[in-house]
Write a protein that binds this ligand. Structure first.
Ligand SMILES: Nc1ncnc2c1ncn2[C@@H]1O[C@H](COP(=O)(O)OP(=O)(O)OP(=O)(O)O)[C@@H](O)[C@H]1O
Length: 372
């Protein structure tokens, strides 16, 4: 089933004005900073949030048509659209099997064999033997498995996933992610997945769209959007620093604060605007006193504004500098770094990617201000 949506939704001062096409069986990840309109978009697709103008259809079936001459919206329960959020929202008084059987009946519109199919679904999500348990007798991860079985058993034309792993611990999230991947590909369910987790994108998504302030900011394959980001949100999700600059020489880009970066990639001509991207983890903190020569690229001095936890170490946030460094905690301890410490930083050119910047009015940190 192919989803086509082009909607305008007004919520107070906020306006969502965005379109999506998701191919049959495709999993599209919808990313964006807090408040960019992801849940509003899912709500519009599910029929839970009123659409001001535009249309939503799945294959040839219109779900919403809002124009000057027509106001039509299929109610949520009649859309054949499944919605699964952070919370499993199971019926507490029903057993796991009856929760799933409810989904089966919703999809098939009849009672026949619902329990048998539900049993099969529970086995498919790794819960054989748990049929008679009520939600309160299941772990959070097991409850989410039941919710996935219930949603997919209804054979929805479109499945909407709103951060389905966000409230699970790392281990449960990982197994639910694997389960979703198997089930979505075997059922070829057209899916829109909202997430803040890069692992969800890498494991589940065929394609990625980023939203910023209610508009589509970028779209493409996961490797395009995360490997060559054009906004700070996607860069941050990918663990990259992203700086806007201008090409000053072959492979050299001067960024806003005057630092020069040498890198490689799809090099635009001298004088044109370019992005400079490099992993936060590729930034090294040098010994104090090893002051950089300002004439040498990729080295600069900063002041530590804050130290934060990061995967595998400590994130160094610099004062008045967009660059973030993620280093092993041993480096921070050895150099006794703390708020206010001066640091000498460096990134090897082999980690620096340069690519053209076409007419993007926003700078890489705009999204932070937008989500404040
Ligand atoms: N019921 C509502 N009434 C009015 N405005 C709302 C309502 N719900 C959300 N908004 C506004 O709509 C905008 C988009 O919110 P939305 O929840 O869609 O963003 P999001 O991208 O899903 O954010 P998050 O990642 O934090 O969940 C925000 O500015 C929010 O304040």
């Amino acid at each position: 089933m192919t989803l086509s949506a082009e909607v305008v939704v007004r919520r107070g001062d906020f306006v969502l004005d965005a379109g999506l096409v998701v191919g049959a069986g495709e999993v599209l990840a919808l990313l964006g900073p807090n408040g960019s309109g992801k849940s509003t978009f899912l709500g519009a697709l599910a029929g839970l949030v009123p659409v001001t103008a535009g249309s939503v259809s799945v294959n040839e079936r219109a779900l919403t048509r809002m124009s000057a001459g027509e106001r039509m919206s299929v109610p949520p329960h009649a859309r054949r659209v499944g919605l699964l959020g952070q919370e499993p929202l199971l019926f507490p008084h029903l057993s796991a099997m009856h929760n799933v059987a409810f989904g089966v009946r919703a999809g098939h519109g009849r009672r026949v064999a619902a329990d048998r199919l539900a049993e099969q679904w529970l086995a498919d999500v790794g819960l054989a033997g748990f049929e008679e348990r009520r939600p309160a007798e299941l772990s959070g991860g097991q409850q989410q498995r039941v919710a996935i079985a219930r949603a997919l058993a209804a054979e929805p034309d479109l499945l909407l996933l709103d951060e389905p792993m966000a409230s699970l611990d790392v281990e449960a999230a990982s197994s639910i992610r694997t389960l979703l991947r198997e089930r979505l590909s075997s059922t070829r369910t057209t899916t829109v997945l909202v997430t803040h987790d890069v692992v969800d994108v890498v494991v589940l998504a065929d394609r990625v769209v980023t939203l910023e302030r209610g508009r589509i900011a970028d779209s493409g394959s996961a490797s395009d959007v995360l490997g060559r980001p054009v906004n700070g949100f996607a860069a941050s999700l990918a663990g990259l620093n992203l700086l806007a600059g201008r090409v000053t020489g072959r492979g050299l880009v001067a960024v806003a604060n005057g630092h020069i970066f040498a890198g490689s990639g799809d090099l635009p001509p001298v004088g044109s605007e370019a992005w400079v991207a490099f992993p936060r983890s590729a930034v090294t903190v040098r010994e104090p006193g090893a002051e950089p020569n300002p004439a040498v690229e990729n080295s600069w001095v900063g002041t530590v504004a804050a130290l934060e936890p990061a995967a595998g170490g400590i994130r160094i946030v610099l004062a008045g500098d967009e660059v973030i460094a993620e280093v092993p905690s041993s480096q921070v301890l050895a150099r006794r770094l703390g708020s206010g410490s001066a640091v000498s930083l460096h990134v090897e050119p082999e980690f620096v990617t340069v690519y053209p910047r076409h007419g993007q009015a926003q700078d890489a940190t705009d999204w932070k201000r937008a989500s404040d």
